[in-house]
Design a protein around this ligand. Structure first.
Ligand code: ATP
Length: 375
């Protein structure tokens, strides 16, 4: 199983520009997480901080007992063997063919023979669906293929943590859907911890187990996907809805007067065209392709989320409970039927109303048992 990444109180600045401050989150071992955020909020900087390419001024990022923010170069070298990174543009060497690009980390970090390297490269190329493209140069293949080649290279050292910086950037929606499926399939096959940094809403809604968002130099939230997807935070609702009305402006954030003006405009019935699309709620999560193993993360996450259920906001809690199968309900000792709830209603400015606001009665819908054991 992949390893946990525990980030605490992380703050990163460049000169006098604070990128984000006091970021605290844990990427649960073997689960898939997505970090969202408008352009320029420091998602890539966050990813580079996790791999020790950038050193934040404050806070810690602990992987396998080592704080990558303060460790020695030697320790960092060891930690990096656990990490596979897919950079935004694939970061392939333009003068090497795809085979040599993918083989590069093996030649650089291991003493494997060429025949062993051939076997591993072949295996990873097959995994990402690139068999046959080995002898092409990066400039001779499509953007989607370059991404997949970058992913194959990220996988050759059998990483326990896979970090993907905007795997969807520059891809059409169909290729993005294939890549999303590929990441879920990889998680099923490798049980690695995966962090995807993106601003693609479809990826955020359908791929991860956990979801977080950076905005205004802070982590707005991070937790089980249901929390963010049912959140009534204006910035989250605006971002998920892809609307202009809300705190996010062209240059990242708006002042209060602009927001009030927009809200009045919307409430007077003038709506953005984008509002036609309804992106509320928690859609089903992608499942591994038929024939692949089940994702081990699913059960672990369910157990973890059920342990924290009482601390979740009402909308998230309702969504988690609604997603349980009969077998789950039996496992978690839920006896009473779920109460019927009205569907969430979205106002023109994007906040959620009428989401269940009475966690206590939802809490009464199940009786807790000691966690961990199967019945
Ligand atoms: N090495 C650096 N030196 C100075 N400033 C930097 C450096 N790297 C990033 N920045 C600044 O940090 C901010 C966040 O950049 P980053 O690339 O992390 O944003 P992002 O959220 O990934 O954006 P996008 O979604 O557009 O890729 C930007 O203002 C950028 O100019």
């Amino acid at each position: 199983m992949g390893v946990e990444v525990k980030v605490e109180g992380l703050t990163k600045s460049f000169g006098r520009q604070t990128i984000w401050r006091d970021v605290t989150l844990t990427l649960p071992a073997g689960e898939v997480s997505v970090l969202l955020g408008p352009s320029g909020t420091g998602k890539s900087v966050f990813l580079k901080s996790i791999i020790g390419l950038l050193r934040p001024e404050r806070g810690t990022c602990v992987i396998n007992g080592t704080d990558v923010c303060s460790c020695s170069e030697r320790e960092l070298y060891e930690i990096r063997k656990l990490l596979g990174v897919l950079f935004q543009d694939g970061a392939l060497f333009g003068s090497m063919d795809i085979y040599d690009n993918v083989a590069f980390p093996l030649r650089e970090h291991t003493r494997k023979s060429e025949s062993e390297i051939r076997r591993i490269v072949g295996e990873k190329m097959e995994l990402v669906g690139l068999t046959g493209a080995e002898h092409k140069l990066p400039g001779e293949i499509s953007g989607g293929m370059r991404k997949r080649a970058g992913l194959a290279r990220a996988l050759v050292l059998d990483p326990e943590i896979i970090l993907c910086d905007e795997p969807d950037s520059g891809l059409d929606p169909v290729r993005t859907a294939y890549l999303s499926q590929l990441l879920i399939d990889l998680n099923a096959q490798l049980d690695a911890t995966i962090l995807i940094v993106t601003h693609n809403i479809n990826v955020a809604r359908t791929v991860p187990d956990n979801l977080g968002m950076l905005f205004r130099r802070e982590l707005v939230m991070f937790g089980p996907r249901e929390v963010l997807l049912t959140s009534d935070e204006p910035v989250v609702a605006q971002f998920l809805g892809g609307r202009r009305v809300g705190p996010i402006g062209m240059s990242e954030e708006k002042d209060q007067a602009t927001m009030d003006r927009e809200r009045a405009h919307a409430e007077a019935g003038h709506m953005d065209a984008e509002l036609a699309e309804d992106v509320r709620g928690v859609p089903p999560q992608l499942e591994p392709t038929a024939g692949l193993p089940e994702r081990m993360a699913v059960r672990r996450r369910k157990d973890r989320v059920m342990r924290m259920l009482s601390s979740l906001p009402a909308g998230a809690r309702q969504s988690v409970l609604a997603s349980l199968t009969d077998a789950d309900r039996h496992r978690y000792g839920l006896t009473a039927p779920l109460p019927q709830r009205p569907a969430p209603v979205t106002s023109v400015h994007g906040s959620l109303h009428e989401v269940a606001r009475t966690p206590r009665d939802l809490g009464a819908a199940f009786t807790r048992r000691p966690w961990g054991g199967r019945r």
